[in-house]
Design a protein around this ligand. Structure first.
Ligand code: PLP
Length: 417
């Protein structure tokens, strides 16, 4: 079968067995080809095309695709034991939890491993309620914390929430980057405030420098727990090991996922202080997960953290972002009929277009030039640039050239309409 025919066949299976609407979207963006292999910052399809990955799987591939050290750790673990007995002690889990405690901000000490970002959100909200004995949860406007029912209750997008209502009760939204609105919203029933230190799916928003320090102070003064969702912003993406390090603020509970699995295994983590973890005292099984913290995932996550630290990926991210963002702004300044803003921190970058259609057009013209990007889930007019943090500089130079060519093409198309 010719590769083109094979692509049509797989596309049809997507239509028939997975999600017809999603299949149309993928085809519109020009991604209706089958991916076959990946290394570092490169993904290849079955037609022999090589793409520069500037999406990084929505923030998963921070160490690059198929890092050899992580693959070796996985193979070694596979030869010993893949999944836990659930009763005996699991060494990779213990070592991973110790490592996380070592690198995490503030007094975060204990970890619960789960399998995804949304599960981490669910567990974090539960822990806050159990610990405080209060039901109230406050979240920030424009947030994204996942799409399972509890997480969806704190994910601020009407389009995602409305068809699944009723969601969690006792949940309130306050304005992101406005500490006073948080202070006003807290009442005697409030257990916690959950916030991304830098918003990702909302459209890559970095808060003002005084926001998180003020939020910390308010949570302390009013005696509520502070949850940082570092699922996307953490592990070097924003130029520090954790985005909250940018402002030296530590939460009571922190969630991780995405890059923690090194692009090889799904894994998430909920971390908490010793005080928060007293929630488990009365009943150590108050929260549990069959697959969470399994040997394979834990070993992979541990090696991923070692790679992030040994290769100093937070610094790489910071330096590459400091180089790339001004260059993107310079290019964008010649296209102010299309682009409204370029913003971000490290290699956590958003290009905001005038509207969703222009953003979509840009995305597909860039895909035609073999650069993979995507829009942010809450704000489709923002195209995110989130490559692997190890991406070589010459690839970033190529990406800049292709972005400029794409903007030129988008303008020509818009002018012809
Ligand atoms: N939290 C944040 C900040 C995210 O960006 C995401 C996903 O994009 C999630 C939670 C949910 O993660 P997952 O898709 O693994 O459930």
């Amino acid at each position: 079968m010719k590769p083109e025919e094979y692509n049509l066949e797989i596309t049809q299976k997507y239509m028939d067995y997975i999600n017809p609407g999603l299949t149309r979207l993928v085809a519109f963006m020009g991604f209706d080809k089958v991916e076959v292999s990946a290394d570092g910052a490169i993904i290849r399809d079955n037609l022999g095309n090589e793409y520069i990955d500037c999406l990084g799987g929505f923030g998963v591939y921070s160490i690059g695709h198929r890092h050899p050290r992580v693959i070796n750790a996985l193979k070694d673990q596979l030869d010993k034991m893949a999944f836990p007995s659930k009763v005996l002690l699991n060494e990779p889990l213990a070592l991973l939890a110790e490592k996380l405690a070592d690198i995490a901000p503030g007094d975060l000490q204990y970890s619960f491993m789960c399998n995804s970002g949304t599960e981490a959100t669910e567990g974090a909200l539960k822990l806050a309620r159990i610990k405080t004995g209060k039901p109230g949860v406050i979240y920030a406007s424009n947030s994204f914390h996942g799409k399972t029912l509890g997480s969806l209750s704190v994910t601020d997008r009407e389009k995602y929430q409305k068809s699944s209502r009723p969601l969690l009760p006792d949940v309130k939204v306050v304005k992101f980057d406005d500490a006073d609105s948080l202070a006003r919203a807290i009442d005697s029933d409030t257990a916690c405030f959950i916030v991304e230190p830098i918003q990702g799916e909302g459209g890559i928003y970095v808060p003002s420098d005084d926001y998180l320090p003020k939020v910390r102070q308010i949570c302390d003064d009013k005696n509520i727990l502070l949850i940082f969702d570092e699922v996307q912003s953490g592990l070097g993406r924003a130029g520090k090991l954790f985005a909250s390090n940018l402002w030296n603020v530590a939460p009571d509970i922190m969630t991780l996922a995405k890059a923690l699995g090194g692009g090889i295994m799904p894994i998430g983590a909920i971390m908490g202080t010793r005080d928060v973890w007293s929630a488990f005292e009365e009943n150590p099984l108050i929260h549990s997960s069959t697959f969470g913290g399994n040997e394979l995932a834990a070993r992979v996550a541990l090696e991923t953290l070692n790679v992030i630290i040994d290769e100093d990926l937070p610094r790489q991210s910071r330096e590459k972002g400091e180089w790339l963002i001004p260059k993107l702004r310079e290019i964008a300044s010649h296209y102010d009929d299309l682009v409204t803003e370029v913003r971000g921190m490290g290699l956590f970058i958003g290009i905001e277009f005038k509207d969703d259609d222009i953003g979509n057009l840009f995305l597909s013209t860039l895909a035609a030039r073999n650069v993979i990007v995507a829009f942010t889930l809450n704000s489709p007019k923002v195209i995110r640039i989130e490559p692997p943090l190890m991406i070589p500089m010459e690839y970033l130079e190529t990406v800049l050239e292709r972005i400029e060519e794409s903007l030129k093409e988008v303008r020509t198309i818009m002018d012809s309409l």
